[in-house]
Design a protein around this ligand. Structure first.
Ligand SMILES: [Zn+2]
Length: 561
């Protein structure tokens, strides 16, 4: 009888899975390292992460396999089911050889922002990658593969409603793909904005949402601790010298947001759980006004929550701030799931949550535990090192040889190399050799060697190769030793920076829930590239053009006999 019930149970699940969900809800938590939800489970409530971990399919060993674990790289990988070598988003910033300058991943001069005065304010912007953009136009055109959301649009003749929302422009634009619509938060105006790639004018509901000025409700308030200190793992470790003392925000609770006219007011909101709460509020208005999940044609909503990343940069993964941010994010997720259940029904919604990358530990925290040999990398060493002198002696070119360095890529002046009659590959090898002598550098890998396959077949080399796009990648890929990284954000000193190929930066959660899925914890190794092809397989649409991931059998069910 029990066996029969089990069989019936499986039959029901299979029947439900064969029907397309009304809504695919893809959540990305920026910089949520794979261990963090379980590590802080004691302070989490019901209906948020617990719903995903206890009632969904939870993969506990998911790692990216590309070397540059940055935000756009991970988001594009989630959206397209492939590696940067194929989707082309090799870093938040790369050197465009045609334009002869560094470019920001989604900048596009043809599509200006739809809101006047919403542009990035270089005077107050703390994200160094945002400042690399020359123009404030934004579009997904630099993403070279199709996304799952694109395939959904193609499959359903454009009838699927497709949206991406995030505090970060790159978190929204990447996931919405080429066919969807994206909205993101402007720190200059405190509003959610978009570009002319998506709209000629705002939908009325967006104007109405912005007119309410929800960000301003936080003026003069503070980020307060949610629970009593004794509840937290880091309850007695709030004040740490290695945490970032951001102006007016401080290292300890409560963290003040400041007055509405303070130039860093909206920035401070993004450095706290409020950034995610505003994102949720906007997403709710979107779900209702765009009528997501209301008919038989599946819709797609991607929400990327950015606060975990900013809090991690400022305070580290092992801090009271990160712990309380998770408590608040958990409430935000519970609120979102309850709202979707009411409007669409969780049984009609296929939810997937993952992250664009993980996070390192702060060197100062590791030192407290007696773990040494970890420190911040001094980028000035790159210029002053005897390496430059050695290169000058060898080739007759010194500093001029290095055209640009934006971690992890070093771009050489190819014209100069040609002019001097030198061999590009030989110069790359020589520069790489000198860079590898620097303290804290684990490897410097030449692009020519990657092209010709002349490298040892190691996990590290493979991850660098998966990150290699011939037009965008630099001539040398620089890898620091584990727990060594740059912490200078264009003048702002931060506690931690992700972006390495090491396991703490590649480790992310992958959780599927809703749509009749049964609880399951899966410990076999998977990759986040598997998510897009899994969504495609579930919905019976073709996989994204560059997809290399494998559809996840625990989500889809075993193939029929
Ligand atoms: Zn990120």
């Amino acid at each position: 009888m029990l066996a029969l019930l089990c069989l019936l149970g499986q039959g029901v699940v299979a029947a439900e899975q064969s029907r397309p969900p009304r809504l695919v809800l893809q959540i990305t938590v920026d910089a949520l390292r794979g261990d963090l939800p379980g590590r802080f489970a004691n302070v989490l409530g019901d209906g948020g992460f617990r719903y995903l971990m206890e009632q969904g399919v939870h993969y506990t060993d998911a790692h990216y396999q590309h070397a540059n674990t940055e935000t756009i790289v991970g988001h594009a990988s989630l959206a397209t089911g492939t590696v940067p070598a194929a989707h082309g988003m090799v870093g938040n910033v790369w050197f465009d050889r045609e334009q002869g300058r560094l470019v920001y991943n989604i900048e596009d001069a043809r599509y200006r922002l739809l809101t006047a005065g919403a542009d990035v304010d270089a005077k107050t912007e703390i994200d160094p990658t945002q400042k690399a953009a020359k123009v404030d136009g934004r579009s997904p055109d630099a993403i070279l593969s199709s996304t799952f959301s694109d395939e959904l649009a193609v499959h359903y003749a454009g009838r699927s409603r497709i949206f991406g929302v995030s505090v970060k422009d790159r978190g929204a634009v990447s996931m919405a793909g080429h066919a969807g619509k994206a909205f993101w938060f402007s720190k200059a105006t405190g509003e959610f904005v978009t570009s002319t790639y998506y709209y000629d004018r705002y939908p009325d509901w967006v104007n109405q949402w912005n007119a309410r000025k929800p960000a301003m409700a936080h003026a003069g308030k503070s980020w307060e601790l949610t629970r009593k200190p004794a509840d937290y793992l880091f309850g007695d470790a709030d004040d740490r010298a290695y945490e970032t003392d951001f102006p007016g925000f401080g290292r300890t609770f409560p963290h003040a947001y400041g007055a509405a006219d303070d130039k860093y007011f909206t920035t401070r909101l993004t450095l706290s759980p409020v950034g995610d709460e505003l994102t949720l509020d906007f997403a709710k208005a979107l779900i209702v006004n765009e009528q997501l999940g209301q008919d038989a044609v599946p819709d797609y909503l991607a929400i990327s929550f950015s606060s975990t990343d900013y809090v991690g940069h400022l305070f580290g993964a092992s801090s009271l701030e990160t712990e309380d941010n998770l408590v608040r994010l958990d409430r935000t997720l519970a609120d979102l799931f309850a709202f979707v259940d009411e409007k669409v029904g969780l049984q009609n919604t296929l939810i997937v949550l993952s992250a664009d990358h993980g996070q390192p530990e702060v060197p100062g925290y590791l030192h407290e535990l007696g773990i040494h040999g970890t420190h911040y990398f001094d980028t000035k060493a790159l210029n002053k090192a005897p390496a430059i002198a050695a290169l000058k002696q060898k080739f007759g070119i010194g500093e001029a040889l290095i055209k640009a360095y934006f971690h992890p890529y070093v771009y050489l002046d190819r014209d100069l190399i040609l002019e001097k009659g030198l061999d590009q590959a030989a110069v790359e090898q020589a520069v790489a050799k000198e860079l590898e002598k620097l303290d804290g550098v684990a490897a410097a890998v030449s692009g020519s060697a990657l092209r010709t396959g002349g490298l040892p077949d190691t996990l590290l080399m493979r991850s660098i190769l998966r990150n290699f796009h011939p037009k965008r990648s630099g001539d040398i890929f620089l890898v620091f030793e584990p727990n060594i990284f740059i912490n200078d954000f264009d003048g702002l000193t931060v506690a931690s920076t992700h972006g390495s190929p090491w396991r703490y930066d590649t480790f992310v959660p992958v959780m599927f829930a809703g749509a009749g899925l049964q609880a399951q914890t899966v410990s076999r190794p998977v990759t986040p590239y598997d998510i897009a092809p899994t969504l495609a397989a579930w919905l019976g649409v073709k996989p994204p053009s560059g997809s290399i991931g494998a559809p996840l059998v625990e989500v889809l069910g075993e193939p029929a006999e």
